[in-house]
Design a protein around this ligand. Structure first.
Ligand code: PA5
Length: 472
């Protein structure tokens, strides 16, 4: 599916290659073209493997034991919703419009993969002060709150205070398994408050709950018992942290009034590039090659996603989870770390400039702001000495900070690459989501770690439940 209206995101790793030619010393810290050529055969095999996984899943045949669990279905979601499941997408859009018309606040309950992508979408694509705007300025879309992602008593109580003052609110509860304690407990508490706020109007109460869950499980059963008119699926074969382009992310995005078709088209365009482009022109394969080689050959065991702008922080945190839960297995796996610049230049910057040489920094850059640039004006009070910068804009300052930081890193042979987004919108965000989900599974296949499933998370759940349910 090629779409000529897509502005492609660009993965640029030339700074690492250039390091090699600058001085013999930097051979220790950069990569050569020969390194990347060497990696190409393995990457192409991993791509074949990943594409075969999707076919295997779609055929529904037996899955080899070493590939269990095989949650490859996320790859096909963009094409599926834009094609044969367009009716499901239309239902998502219609229900989101209905809900947005009926309420002014929506509480989204969910944790991990059932939360982080939705938060990333909101922070990246909604007005930065969405919840503070008037309903008119929000174009009739509700305010959005996130809960069920912790068991923080005072945070929940605080949100209940806000909701008590307004009876036009609804719940979107998201859990694939339907049994996650944090979300289930949040649902019970907010359901109780919702019931009171609906004042005995059963029909209104039911219409104000939209569950998104797997085909089976406690939340599915509870949704039936409640008689919720709209329940959306989390498809079989779509793992939690790979579900942002399933109703998990699509429905809340539609409630926010965002363009979910553009989100899906962006992701489909990334699928195309992944399937067809050769190494060297394929952002998925190139990112894996560079990150992997830097890890095993140069000791860069920490992958810093250095986001340039506040609206990308939640995208970084979404990626932290994706990478950590997918590849942090068998005593392996690189450590992800999100930073937000320029903020974190004043906190982590020192360590990244002069600390241990164990980091690969990937800058996530938005090339053009969505709003007209704000300018430093001349002032009769020049005690701050900013008149000499008069005429410069905030984007000018951010660009200078990025260029200055990259230069300082390069001068000390600190490796950086750039992932550039022409703008920050649904289309580029869809590309970023799909790119990172694909890089994660390609890398998993390449190094022989199953990227799906998270057996290590079960330990705390088992212990917590045993502690809570112990008698006496
Ligand atoms: O990636 C995953 O599968 C996990 O992070 C889950 O999304 C998280 O544990 C929440 O699970 P559930 O959606 O079943 O409530």
């Amino acid at each position: 599916m090629s779409n000529s209206s897509i502005s492609p995101i660009v993965y640029d790793y030339s700074a690492i290659i250039q390091l090699e030619t600058a001085s013999p010393l930097v051979r220790q810290f950069g990569l050569t073209r020969a390194d990347l050529d060497w990696a190409a055969a393995g990457l192409l095999a991993a791509r074949r493997d990943v594409l075969e996984d999707l076919v295997l899943f779609q055929k529904g045949g037996p899955v080899p034991a070493e590939k269990e669990p095989l949650d490859a279905a996320f790859m096909g979601l963009p094409e599926r919703f834009l094609g044969r499941d367009r009716a499901v997408l239309d239902d998502i859009l219609a229900t989101a419009d209905r809900l947005a018309g009926e309420v002014d606040r929506v509480v989204v309950l969910g944790i991990g993969g059932s939360y982080m992508g939705t938060r990333a979408i909101m922070e990246a694509c909604c007005h930065p002060c969405h919840n503070e705007l008037s309903r008119e300025a929000r174009k009739g879309r509700p305010r959005i709150y996130f809960e069920g992602n912790n068991v923080d008593n005072d945070a929940v109580a605080g949100l209940l205070d806000v909701l008590a003052a307004d009876d036009r609110w609804a719940i979107v509860v998201i859990s694939k398994s339907g049994g996650t304690l944090e979300t289930a407990v949040g649902f019970r508490i907010f359901l109780d408050a919702l019931k009171k706020s609906c004042g005995g109007d059963e029909e209104k109460f039911r219409r104000r709950i939209v569950p998104i869950t797997g085909e089976k499980g406690r939340l599915r059963d509870l949704s039936k018992a409640l008689g919720c008119p709209n329940v959306f699926p989390i498809h079989d074969g779509v793992g939690g942290r790979f579900s942002v382009l399933d109703p998990v992310g699509l429905f809340p995005a539609a409630v926010m009034g965002l363009d979910v078709v553009k989100l899906l088209e962006g992701a489909a365009a990334m699928n195309d590039r992944f399937r067809t482009a050769a190494p060297g022109a394929n952002p998925v394969l190139d990112y894996v090659a560079v990150s992997r080689l830097m890890e095993v050959r140069r000791g860069a065991t920490i992958r810093v996603l250095s986001t340039w702008g506040k609206r990308l922080e939640a995208v970084g945190l979404w990626y932290d989870q994706l990478l950590a839960e997918s590849l942090g297995k068998d005593n392996q796996g690189t450590t992800p770390l999100t930073v937000v610049n320029t903020r974190d230049l004043h906190s982590r910057g020192q360590q990244h400039q002069e600390g241990r040489r164990d980091k690969l920094i990937t800058n996530l850059i938005v090339e053009q702001s969505n709003r007209p640039p704000l300018t430093i004006e001349k002032s009769p009070l020049d005690q701050d000495k900013l008149n000499e910068l008069a005429g410069k804009t905030l984007p000018d300052i951010l660009r200078a900070a990025l260029a200055g930081t990259n230069q300082a890193y390069a001068e000390d042979h600190r490796p950086t690459t750039d992932l550039r987004l022409p703008r920050l919108d649904e289309s580029t965000l869809g590309q970023v989501f799909q790119m990172f989900m694909l890089t994660t599974i390609v890398e998993g296949r390449l190094i022989g770690i199953n990227p799906y499933g998270q057996p290590g998370v079960e330990g705390y759940k088992k212990n917590m439940n045993a502690i809570l349910r112990a008698k006496g």
